[in-house]
Each structure stands twice: as C-alpha cells, then as structure tokens.
Design a protein around this ligand. Sequence first.
Ligand code: ATP
Ligand code: MG
Length: 411
Amino acid sequence: MKFSKLFIKTKKDYPKDEVAVSSQLLIRAGYIDKVAAGVYTLLPFGLKVVSKIITQIRSEMDAADAQEIYMPGLVPKANWETTDRWKTFDALYKLKGADEREFALGATHEEIVVPLAREFVESYKDLPLALYQIQNKFRNEIRAKSGVLRTREFLMKDLYSFHKNEEDLNQYYDKMIQSYWNIFDKCGIKEKTYLTFASGGTFCKYSHEFQTETEAGEDEIYVCAECKTGLNSDILADQENGKFKCPDCANTEYEIKKAVEVGNIFKLGTKYSKPFDLNFVDEKGKKNLVIMGCYGIGIQRLMGTIVEINHDEKGIIWPKAVAPYDVHLISLEGSEKRGEEVYQALFKAGISVLYDDRDISAGEKFADCDLIGIPYRLVVSQRTQDKIEVKKRDEDETKQLSEEELLKILG
Ligand code: ATP
Ligand code: MG
C-alpha cells in the first residue's frame, strides 16, 4: 500500500473524552475512528489488525475441531423469553420490526445456537460438537469510557461446546484454555495475562477469565504470589471470611493488579439446554440433557489490550503476527525511484508493505512510522545507495542490508 493513496492521515490529537492510551494511539495512528462513546469505525489499518487477530483465533478454533457458522444479529424476543433473559439481561438493545415482532440485537448467542443444535443433535454419536462464530455483538453498556476496551458494538469470537457428560466438557474446557494461551502468545500479551477464577453460576463454582494486567483495566484481580493464578475481586466474597486464598494452590499471599478481561470461558452445564430441551439419547437409549460450555474473546478489546501492553512514548509496537503490514518502507528525498524498486521487489516476494512515498519531511515520515508501529522500518536514501537500512520497531540498532539479505530475515 502506498501512503500517498491512503485516505487516512495520522493525527496529533484525539477526542478529549478518550482516556485509554490504547484508543488514543489507535486514533492518532489512523486505525480507528470514534463515532460515539463505545462506537468506532475500523479504518484500513485497524481492519487489517482485526483480520490478523481473527486469523490466529480461527486457526486455534479449527484445530480444536470447532465449526464456524454465522448467526444473525437480530434475535427474536421469544428466544430470550425461553431463557428468561428478555427481562433480566440489562444490556439488551430491544427493537420492534415493521410487523410489531420484537427482537433484541445479539448480545450473546445461546438463544440462537441452542435451538440450532437441537435441530441436529439426536444421539450421543452427534456429540461432542463445537460451534463458533466471529460476529458483531451489541451491548447497551452503561460505562463506555475505556475506548475500544469497552464498546457498545464489537466483534466477538464466541464458541459453544456440547457434550454428553461433564468429563467430556472438562476435557474440552482444558483444551480451550491451551488454545487461548496460544492466541494470547501470538498477540504478545501472554506474559501479562493471568488465568483468573471468577464466579461460575449454578453448574460450577468457578468460571475463568483471561485477565491482562494494565492500568486501563476496569477489573481488579488478586494474583497468587506463588503460582500466579488470579482471582477476580468480585468473587472474593465467596472465599472464607472474604480473604484471599488461591483456588489453585491455597497460598494466601497475593498482589492486587488492575486488569482487563480479554477472554472468558464458562461451564454452562444444562443452563440453556434445559429451557430449549436440547437432549440426546445415550448409549443405553436414555434421554439426557446436553452439557454445554461457552468461550468468548472480544476482538477489538484484544486489539486495544495488545496496544496497552505493546507501546512506548512514540507509538504502537505490534507483535509480528498481528501487525497491519510486515514492513514500513520509507524513501527519502531523491530516492523515490529506488523506493519504488524496493517496494515492487518486496511485493513480488509476498511481503506486505506500507510504502511512505509522500512528499513530506523525513522527520514526519519517521514519526509516523514509530506511531503506526509496524515491526520493521526500511529506509532508502542517497546515503544507503543500493542497500536498505533496516531497523526493528523495538530496537535502536540499524543495519544496512542488500535486498537478498533483507528477504532472508523477513522470510
Ligand atoms: P465484562 O466483564 O468486561 O463486562 P463480560 O463478562 O460481560 O465482560 P462476556 O459476556 O464473557 O464478557 O464476553 C466475552 C468477551 O467479550 C469478554 O471476555 C471480552 O473480551 C469481550 N467483551 C465483553 N463485553 C465487551 C464490551 N463491552 N466491549 C468490548 N469487548 C467486550
Ligand atoms: Mg466479565
């Protein structure tokens, strides 16, 4: 992509009510545009990052034998009434259609996926089953002040698993924990993320959240000083005398951290299979309710969290797997022809390039490059001649490489 052809421009400023550093940087660097509190447009760079994150998530979900579907955003009132959530789910956006039929915009999708599974699941042979989607969720959040970390419309990966017994659910649940770690590793936030026990509902004492430590987070977690397992402060009341005791190793020493929930996994049991009467016939010919789990990741929240963890005073520092481009090429005055040559050569080699071919000062180009945060900066100038100056975004050292040498390190 040539910068001169892009419709976006980087900005010096951001909206005054934008308090989270991640959203300030994402706005200034041209990844997102704020429409209203909790409502954002993804601009070309932002959409590329989101697509890269989705690619990572998809490969992990597919590896866990989950099948991708796409459910509607309009969820009929009758479905919410079946689960008793029309009145109790505060964050629902409700609307009436032309024929007076009422809907709520999907804030979560048990109300669609469970009746769907009911159409196909008959016997134990149809289980286990895992269905997921990457789709927009709508939530009428009261607090929407943390930029993309808490929005009213956002992409979520939501997976629902269906099992014949608890043991099978437990196995899948543990597998998903590993899948989530793989995703957060690729996204460059694993080191700062804690598997955190949170309240679990009727079926299970605990659910688990993946909480990433950041000052921008709205949650408070207690992290075990021994094994680094987290406990959400909201469930502390369940603990003996409301005092911290690690649910994993029983240690009582802890550290309090501010964190954001990037993912949530939950053993639902029969909470939704019961109202929809989703059952199966077991090996002995007996009818049983299907046991379920659900597993969510907020995509834009994850993008924001990556930026919270990976930035410096100059801008964003994207981990390779989710960067909008592989390299950021800059040609300085007098080297436009050489810039074009290198751009074409990289393009042919399958490297994705943001090429800053604009007629602006070198200082402005370098500042934008640091702000945008692509892993490699490449510079061609009269000084570099037939070589290319290469610098990693997170290092100061520059190297002069030939095209061939460059392709080797990028390959
Ligand atoms: P929170 O506790 O932050 O309100 P939640 O517990 O309601 O989130 P879930 O219903 O479990 O969240 O949704 C699954 C995932 O979707 C969360 O782990 C988070 O990554 C993301 N998510 C939830 N609400 C929002 C939101 N308002 N904006 C952006 N992402 C969200
Ligand atoms: Mg939560």
